[in-house]
Design a protein around this ligand. Structure first.
Ligand code: PLP
Length: 476
């Protein structure tokens, strides 16, 4: 590689990104193209001869950008946020530039050590229990996604129960055990739980949440009793803090107590809401975490760290090392017992230097800056509530114990079909972007504050559009 070329091409790339950020507000938030548009713009075969970097960068605007949905536009209110910031972008460049693979301590010691340190920083900033720190039996690891974390936790829990049951019955096979294993989650849990259960091959039982979309211990206990009576083996539950449809918080204390009594592994998925726990005023939502075996949330959603960075904490890492330990000679090294080898805590072998992103963001923003960012989004959601609440046409639905940055609403006393038409009209209007959800047979609209560029004037703009499009729809 020619270092001078890297400097000039790098400058062109950064210039492009900077201009993108400057112009993002003016771009249509959702791509206005049809499936297959790119095939018509690009050649059918890879080029035989090298092309200039300038021509590649030039083609970005005419070919790629028309097909981009601008997740960081201040007019993007869909899903949950995806995070981004200049220190994280720079750290990602460094991760690509240094390009080491940190699957074991020896493979790149700084990669492992920085990850353990920043994951401890993060745990302390959130007030997580000490058993999640690397100084004890547990520790933190950066997984790619919350979905991966759920799958990894489920696999480790399966391995633990298999080991325990095999002591009682040495002839037991995993296949036979799998037939009996039951995983639980709320009917509001993310679809990644369904996927993890599918992959692992366990039956999944969904617990009916209450009217506020909260899963409670009493219902979990009743389901476990029924399943045990059927000869099944309950062994794993996912509790959610901040559900995707409405940002509801499962009752960790009552669910956790049941898990302790019934010997179930509790994994907590706090993909979005977990980020708020760096603010002391939201920490009470973590009450009951002491019952958890594993906990995960996504700094890549709401802590200014670019995708992918999912922070997973384990109470006892030996369950993971036992479940995922394969140890060929070429991966062995002399320091295996004195430092974590993250390859045993995850599914792939290879891993990028993702901790750089957390380190840069912590240092460039400070915990105070990160708290201010989270609080600002929550204030913007409250501002939206202050605009929509006095309007008789709407109702706010399923308000969570802590609203955070998500507001769910619908047309008051109206059929689902009318709300579906409202969402369609809003997204066809194309000035803002929202996604719906179906909760307790109600079609609802979700407005999530997503971009770090979003200010009060954008929320006001979104509200004006919602109001205008609604007036048009209702007048028909
Ligand atoms: N869990 C919850 C509660 C979510 O809201 C989401 C995504 O929004 C996920 C899991 C999936 O996250 P990831 O894309 O990191 O797998």
């Amino acid at each position: 590689m020619d270092a001078d070329a890297l400097i000039s091409c790098g400058a062109m790339t950064l210039q492009f990104v900077a201009e993108y950020w400057r112009s993002i507000e003016k771009r249509p938030v959702v791509a206005n193209i049809q499936p297959g548009y790119l095939r018509q713009l690009l050649p059918l075969e890879a080029p035989e001869q090298a092309e200039s970097f300038t021509s590649i960068i030039k083609d970005l605007e005419s070919t790629i950008m028309p097909g981009v949905t601008h997740w960081h536009s201040p007019n993007f209110y869909a899903y949950f946020p995806t995070a981004n910031s200049y220190p994280a972008i720079c750290a990602d460049i460094l991760s690509g530039g240094i390009a080491c693979i940190g699957f074991s301590w020896i493979a790149s010691p700084a990669c492992t050590e920085l990850e353990a340190i920043v994951m401890d920083w993060l745990a302390k900033a959130m007030g997580l229990p000490e058993f999640f720190l690397s100084s004890g039996n547990g520790g933190g690891i950066i997984q790619g996604t919350a979905s991966e974390a759920t799958l990894v936790a489920l696999l480790a829990a399966r391995s633990r129960i298999f080991k325990e049951r095999k002591v009682e019955d040495p002839t037991l096979t995993l296949g036979r055990l799998l037939d009996q294993l039951v995983v639980y989650c709320s009917d509001q849990a993310h679809s990644s739980v369904d996927k993890a259960a599918l992959i692992v091959g366990c039956r999944l039982r969904k617990i009916a949440s209450d009217a506020d979309c909260i899963m409670r211990g009493e219902q979990v206990q009743a389901a476990i009793a029924e399943d045990r009576a059927e000869g099944l083996i309950p062994f794993f539950i996912i509790a959610t803090l901040g559900t995707t449809p409405t940002c509801a918080f499962d009752d960790l204390v009552s669910v956790g107590r049941v898990c302790e009594k019934e010997h179930l592994w509790m994994h907590i998925d706090a993909a979005y809401a977990g980020n708020a726990f760096i603010c002391p005023e939201y920490r009470h939502l973590l009450n009951g975490i002491e019952y958890a075996e594993s906990f995960d949330f996504n700094p890549h959603k709401w802590m200014l760290v670019n995708f992918d960075c999912s922070a997973m904490y384990l109470k006892d890492r030996t369950h993971f090392v036992d479940a995922f330990n394969v140890d060929p000679l070429y991966l062995k090294h002399a320091f295996q017992s004195s430092a974590p080898d993250y390859r045993h805590w995850q599914i792939p072998l290879g891993r990028r230097f993702r901790s750089l992103k957390l380190w840069f963001v912590f240092r460039a923003m400070g915990l105070d800056g990160l708290r201010a960012y989270i609080r600002k989004h929550i204030e913007l959601a409250k501002y939206f509530i202050s605009l929509i609440k006095p309007d008789e046409r709407f109702e706010i639905v399923f308000p969570a114990a802590e609203q955070l940055g998500l507001v769910c609403f619908r047309l008051k006393d109206s059929p689902n079909e009318l709300n579906e038409r409202l969402l369609k009209a809003l997204n066809e209007d194309k000035r803002i972007y929202l996604v719906p959800s179906m909760v307790k047979q109600k079609y609802i609209l979700r407005l999530a504050i997503c971009s770090w560029l979003t200010e009060e004037k954008h929320v006001r703009f979104a509200w004006d559009i919602i109001s205008e499009v609604t007036a048009k729809l209702l007048s028909k």
